[in-house]
Design a protein around this ligand. Sequence first.
Ligand code: TMP
Length: 212
Amino acid sequence: MSKIKGFFITFEGPEGAGKSSQVLKLAEYLTSRGLECVITREPGGTDLAEVIRGVVKSHHTEEKLHNETELLLMEAARAQHVREKILPALAAGKVVICDRFSDSTCAYQGGARNMSMETVDYLNDFASAGRKPDLTILMDLAPEAGFARIVKRQSEGFDRFENEKLEFHRKVRQSFLHLAEREPERFCVIDATLDRETIAQKIRQVIDVALF
Ligand code: TMP
């Protein structure tokens, strides 16, 4: 029997960490334990927010997408997603599993794009209506290893973020690890180089403690 109703889980990590497949495995597990799950992602998760996802991920050759615009687009997508999908699902007692959330904004726009962390924190809080994840699984991986995986599965080339230099992705990884150090009670850091089944098992152990 579950202890909590309405639980918010986020997955974070650099490119190629294997978050998406673990999101699916976790949802399968929770469903088998009798919980109703909503799988979603950021940027995106609603029709409008998915439009913004397309804008931020695609290349713009005619006009530069400025860092400030990128940050605000991420937050606009989040504001819509949180109010339209996440908060209603949590209020209905469901488990929400989100592939990336505010910590990605801290790592990418704050850490890697070097934007003021104070501004990022303020906007994250504003966009998410102050709702923080109850649990964050950080799938940690060196960018070199992540890119080796992405290259294998890519057919249509890199998106705007994947296209950034290795140094950018190193900063993303360091920022995530720093965030996890700052909030050890919310974060669970998993070595994403382990095989998929071992990772899934580790995640289930953490979830069992949190939810059952
Ligand atoms: P992904 O779903 O393939 O991980 O793509 C989302 C991309 O958007 C990824 O490169 C990380 C980036 N991103 C940010 O830069 N800031 C954010 O707040 C979020 C949610 C994602």
